[in-house]
Structures are given as structure tokens and as C-alpha cells.
Design a protein around this ligand. Structure first.
Ligand SMILES: Cc1ncc(C[n+]2csc(CCOP(=O)(O)OP(=O)(O)O)c2C)c(N)n1
Ligand SMILES: [Mg+2]
Length: 390
């Protein structure tokens, strides 16, 4: 993980929500940003002319499932933050506030689709069936990724900002050449949208009609840089310049994220090429446990987004519709606690890695330079009195 710097400047007031782009600040903007929403922050279900059909047949059981996914993901995430504070993890990148964007889009994927995440997609990993303790092993520094990407079609976490969009594009082009009807989804952030890699992946995927969905979680911040420093137009409108559709969805609305992502994946499968989905959301916590957001943003911004909480709005809806009773919520609470306990115990019991494993993972067939480095490291280890290193 990279070492992050926190800009030491005074927090200032910013607007929140779907902002009206001023003509001066948005020379290329075609129209007002439209936010696709199916469930309001107050928990009211609203229909949508284009995307309704993708969730029209959703059952109460499936709705409870989405709620359960979000609650358990949040619980797991909170446990990971605590474990880092207790010295059990080196670092943690919390997804707090982004549960709907991740669960909605993650549940839209099919098993045969392929997912390229960043480092914050714990909710998507959950949907893909990746064991949460494997994610923690990486942040504890005891493994180099921790899962077999091909087992769940969930690639390793990628720290080099934006690079996974190129991997996703190449993979999607390969799928098309193979004649497969699977699709690819690449996750990235508002900050990553400024990377050249992302621009290149937009160009290539467009001209090769690659079956890929670019899922940008605009959580308003790239460490201490606000979105205004990344773009003059609403991010989803960038797609227009590359020749494919872009949609802004309420990233705190799990139903809207599910519907829009299903639509985009279906387009990809039908051979209609890439789509950019901008999930408009908010990073409720710090960038990572190494960051202190009070240095650069005001608390009232966070409070405004708290009122749009993705979990609360679905709970309100489930209760209002009579889709979930007290028993369901109590059981889920118990399940959450059990998950927290399980994760804590598993992490604490993780054995230290073999110090030499890193040399074995560099090349499949060995390499002279790696052999030299291994020997140097062995000599270094042996130089300590107990032969065990520091
Ligand atoms: C190529 C590259 N440049 C810089 C960094 C340092 N860095 C780590 S996270 C980050 C911000 C990313 O912000 P965003 O894309 O909005 O994702 P978020 O963390 O908000 O989910 C930066 C600049 C990096 N990891 N890789
Ligand atoms: Mg961001």
C-alpha cells in the first residue's frame, strides 16, 4: 500500500448531493446531471421509466438479501477498522457509506462475469463469494493477495490507481474474441478518473466494442482532493466523448445500482460495448486508517450524507411494506456479531508468513536475480543472533 499524505489545509464548505453544474464550471456539459433513483433517502420506492424493468420482479426475499449483504459488509468493515486500530492489520480502506453501490452492482453480476476491483471493494468481494478473512490477510501483510482470482472471477485488489481498467478492457476484448457472452466490470474511483490509464481504457473499449462496464464510485474524495479537482463535467458525461453511454446513479440506492448495472452488463453481453456508470456516493470514513479527514473536510458534509444512508433507507422500505419483521432484524444482528467474532478470531490466529515465500511468487520458473536476492536475504537473516531476523 502506498504512503499517503494528507493535505494540511483548512477544511472548507462544499455542497453535497447531485449538484447543478454551473455553465461556467461545465463547458462541455450537455444537460443537468440526472440521478437514477428507485429508492429515496426516506425509503420511498419511486418508479423509473428506463430502469424499472431490471428490478420489477424482485422478491421480498431478494430485498432482504440485499439488506443482509449491506449489513454484514458494514459489520465486517467496522471489525477490520477496529483490528487495524488494535495493531492486527497494517492498514484498512473502509467502504463505509458505499455499501449500496457495491452490493447493488456486485449482485448484478453473473457468476461467469469477471470483476476487476480497486482496494475498497469489500462488498463486491462479498457478493462474489470471496472469504472476507482473505481480504484481511492481505491488509495484515501475511499474503500477497490472498485469493485465487479465477475461483470467483474476482481479480486481486489493485492499488495502482486506474490500472485495473486497462486489465478489464483487455480481458473484455479477449472474451469478445472467444465469443463468450460474459461481461467484465471494472471498479474505480473519482480520483482514478483523472488517470491516463482510464482514458486509454475508454478509448480501446469503445473502438473495440469491448463488453465492459466501468463502474466509477464517485465518493466525492480522492484522499484529500475533492471531485472538483478531477473534472469540470459530471463524470458520467465523459463517456459521451468516447462514444458510449454514461449514467449517473444514486450510489446510496441499492435498487438503482442493481438495476443500472444489470442494464449495463446486459448491453455488454449483447455486444453493444462499454458503459460508464457513475455511482454518486460518499466516503463516510477516512480514506484509509492512515488518513485524518478532519484536516481537509467539514463534518456537516458527512452529516448531510448520513441522512442518505443506504442501509437505513432499505430498512425503512422493508418495514413499511411489511417485508421484514423484528425477528429478521434480530437474527441479522446476531449473525453480524457472529461474523465480527469469526473475523477477529481468524485474523488473530493467522500465522506469520514464511519469509522466503515472496521469492517463490515472483516468477513461475525462477530467475537468476531472484536467486541472488534470496541468497542475500538468507545471509541477512542469518546475521541475527537467533537466525530469525529482527
Ligand atoms: C498511480 C497511483 N497514483 C497515486 C496513488 C496514491 N493513491 C492511493 S489512493 C489515491 C486516491 C484514489 O482516489 P479515488 O480514485 O477517488 O478512490 P477512493 O480511494 O476514493 O475509493 C491515491 C492518489 C496510487 N496508489 N497509484
Ligand atoms: Mg474517491
Amino acid at each position: 500500500m502506498t504512503v499517503e499524505s494528507t493535505a494540511a489545509r483548512k477544511p472548507r464548505k462544499r455542497s453535497t448531493g447531485a449538484r447543478k453544474a454551473s455553465p461556467k464550471a461545465s463547458p462541455g456539459a450537455r444537460s443537468e446531471p440526472e440521478l437514477v433513483q428507485l429508492l429515496t433517502p426516506e425509503g420511498k420506492r419511486v418508479p423509473h421509466a428506463e430502469y424499472e424493468e431490471y428490478v420489477a420482479d424482485i422478491t421480498p426475499e431478494e430485498l432482504r438479501g440485499l439488506y443482509r449483504d449491506m449489513v454484514l459488509t458494514r459489520r465486517f468493515d467496522a471489525e477490520a477498522t477496529s483490528l487495524q486500530r488494535q495493531g492486527e492489520l497494517g492498514l484498512w480502506a473502509s467502504l463505509l457509506g458505499q455499501e449500496a453501490a457495491q452490493i447493488g452492482s456486485g449482485r448484478a453480476t453473473r457468476q461467469d462475469d469477471y470483476v476487476f476491483p480497486t482496494y475498497r471493494e469489500h462488498g463486491v468481494a462479498w457478493c462474489r463469494g470471496v472469504d472476507p478473512t482473505n481480504l484481511l490477510g492481505m491488509f495484515r501483510g501475511v499474503n500477497h493477495g490472498g485469493w485465487d482470482p479465477n475461483r470467483n472471477n474476482f481479480h486481486l485488489y489493485t492499488i495502482v490507481i486506474g490500472s485495473q481498467t486497462l486489465h478489464a478492457t483487455g480481458y473484455a476484448m479477449g472474451l469478445a474474441k472467444d465469443g463468450a457472452d460474459s461481461a467484465v466490470i471494472a471498479y474505480f474511483g473519482d480520483g482514478a478518473s483523472s488517470q491516463g490509464d482510464v482514458a486509454e481504457s475508454f478509448t480501446f473499449s469503445a473502438v473495440y466494442n469491448a463488453p465492459v462496464v466501468f463502474f466509477c464510485q464517485n465518493n466525492q474524495w480522492a484522499i484529500s482532493e475533492p471531485t472538483e479537482k478531477q473534472t469540470r463535467v459530471p463524470l458520467y458525461q465523459r463517456a459521451q466523448g468516447y462514444g458510449f453511454p454514461g449514467v449517473r446513479v444514486d450510489g446510496n440506492d441499492v435498487l438503482a445500482c442493481l438495476a443500472v448495472t444489470k442494464w449495463a452488463l446486459d448491453r455488454a453481453r449483447r455486444g453493444e460495448g462499454p458503459t460508464l456508470v457513475e455511482a454518486f456516493t460518499y466516503r463516510m470514513g477516512a480514506h484509509t486508517t492512515s488518513d485524518d479527514p478532519t484536516r481537509y473536510r467539514l463534518d456537516d458534509e458527512r452529516l448531510a450524507w448520513e441522512a442518505k444512508d443506504p442501509i437505513l433507507r432499505l430498512r425503512t422500505y422493508l418495514e413499511a411494506e411489511g417485508h421484514a419483521d423484528e425477528g429478521f432484524f434480530a437474527e441479522l444482528e446476531a449473525e453480524s456479531e457472529a461474523l465480527g467474532r469469526h473475523v477477529r478470531e481468524k485474523v488473530r490466529a493467522m500465522p506469520d508468513p514464511d519469509h522466503f515465500a515472496i521469492f517463490e511468487n515472483a516468477y513461475a520458473d525462477g530467475h537468476a536475480l531472484v536467486d541472488e536476492e534470496r541468497a542475500q536475504f538468507a545471509a541477512y537473516q542469518a546475521s541475527f543472533a537467533d537466525g530469525e531476523g529482527a
